[in-house]
Design a protein around this ligand. Structure first.
Ligand code: NAD
Length: 412
């Protein structure tokens, strides 16, 4: 077997060897099924394109139930260490431990590695069932701030000494009357973290030649957190890219050729408009809780959770963790039944991140072909008249066959 090398980061860019070591977390529940399918597809794409010249050297790291059963720890320190060392990793879904001090392994991983941008592309594949009339109009990329907002984990339980003390302090110092039986949560939204998230969204829009960046917020009500996020978003666009971006007010919503429109939308109306006129949205930059709701709601428009990929990225040091966006679906665990597309498409984001875009394109085309041919897993088959239902592993096999056919026809 070829010797793997570490991916490094130099002057703002990843340096990727031909045999990069990439750690994977298989995940719990359906994790092993979708991971096996994903690995086969990724390895096959790399092999088709580059033969023996390139190969990913996978190395397993533990988290979740499997880690707990082997080590007594849901998230062993070596796992975080490996992700730091190897910089880029991929994971299946993880069971959220009940009790034991960890609220969510995903949130912990994102915060410990400061993976500040949760990136979720939402694009429709022709043929995939959708609840909306014109799903082909949906083509957005959501940049969700990943480290603060109500996810900062600063909550005090109702009735505790600390909650009572904080309630008293707020009454005495600010005149805020909070019911004595309230639980309390803190929502920090900082200037630096808002700016770096919006900067990532802007740079993505510039690189991918997107038309607009929409800042989604609840600034009408939460002026100093959500409202400030909006203001800082416009501020950084103006500061860093005055020649490439133009705000809605400056051009009445009609940007001149070559300029990226920067606009904003209040979260509630955004949900309506994303349904009624999805083609007016392109790159979305938003705070953590809004982004959580938005990415799942948009995923529903293009085929549901089994289809939506996710990436958690720190653009300042290249650390990145790619993941299926759904959970462990315990009732389907080990049945070789579920749709592996979310993790396969997340792997495509990973391949793009390391600069192996050709492999990502090859996989996406092969997936698109499978959807068009209606050879799909149960979740899509039940909504597609005339579809052939296949298992998770068979679906991966079909994607590999499609890639081979495409490469023989020199379509790549
Ligand atoms: P879930 O996403 O695991 O499953 C809900 C339902 O969605 C399933 O019953 C199934 O019908 C469908 N589904 C999910 N993935 C699918 C796929 N790939 N193909 C086809 N259908 C699919 O949500 P849940 O039941 O609320 O959560 C189960 C566990 O997963 C919990 O422990 C939860 O905390 C955890 N979770 C983890 C993540 C993560 O690791 N990123 C995300 C969400 C939930």
């Amino acid at each position: 077997m070829a010797e793997g090398k570490i991916i490094s980061f130099n002057e703002g860019a990843l340096e990727v060897p031909d045999f990069p070591i990439i750690p994977f977390i298989e995940g719990d529940g359906i994790g092993p099924d979708i991971w096996r399918a994903t690995r086969v597809v990724v390895d096959s794409s790399v092999n088709i394109l580059w033969g023996e010249k390139r190969q990913i050297i996978w190395t397993e790291i533990l988290a979740g139930e499997k880690a707990y059963n082997h080590t007594g720890n849901w998230l062993p320190p070596e796992t975080l260490e490996s992700l730091r060392t190897y910089r880029v990793g991929i994971k299946g879904p993880l069971t959220t431990p009940v009790g034991g001090g960890i609220r969510s392994l995903n949130v912990t991983l994102r915060q410990k590695l400061d993976l500040y941008a949760c990136v979720r592309p939402i694009k429709h594949f022709p043929g995939v069932p959708s609840p909306i009339r014109e799903p082909r109009k949906v083509n957005m990329v959501v940049f969700r701030e990943n480290t603060e907002d109500v996810y900062a984990g600063m909550e005090l339980k109702q009735g505790t000494e600390q909650a009572m003390a904080l309630i008293a302090y707020l009454r005495n110092n600010y005149g805020w009357e909070i019911p004595a039986d309230a639980g309390i949560g803190i929502k920090p939204i900082s200037r630096a973290r808002s700016r770096r998230l919006v900067k990532a969204a802007l740079e993505h829009a510039i690189k991918q030649k997107r038309k607009s960046v929409t800042l989604v917020h609840k600034g009408n009500i939460q002026k100093f957190t959500e409202g400030a996020f909006r203001r800082w978003g416009y501020e950084i666009a103006e500061e860093l890219y005055p020649d490439i971006t133009i705000s809605y007010d400056q051009c009445n919503g009609m940007p001149p050729e070559g300029k990226i429109l920067i606009k904003d939308a209040i979260a509630d109306i955004f949900f309506q408009q994303a349904l009624t006129r999805p083609d007016e949205f392109d790159v979305i930059a938003t705070t953590n809780l809004n982004g959580d709701y938005i990415s799942d709601a948009l995923a529903a428009q293009v085929g549901g959770v089994g289809m939506a990929p996710g990436a958690n990225i720190n653009y300042e040091n290249g650390y990145a963790l790619f993941e299926a966006t759904h959970g462990t679906a315990p009732k389907y665990a080990g049945l070789d039944k579920v749709n592996p597309s979310s993790l396969i498409l997340s792997a495509c984001l990973m391949l793009e991140h390391i600069g192996w875009e050709e492999a990502a394109r090859l996989i996406e085309e092969a997936l698109a072909e499978a959807f068009l041919n209606k050879t799909v897993t149960y979740d899509l088959a039940r909504l597609m008249p005339g579809a052939t239902e296949v298992s998770c592993s068979k679906f991966a096999e079909i994607v590999c066959e499609n890639m081979k056919k495409a490469s023989q026809l020199n379509l790549f």
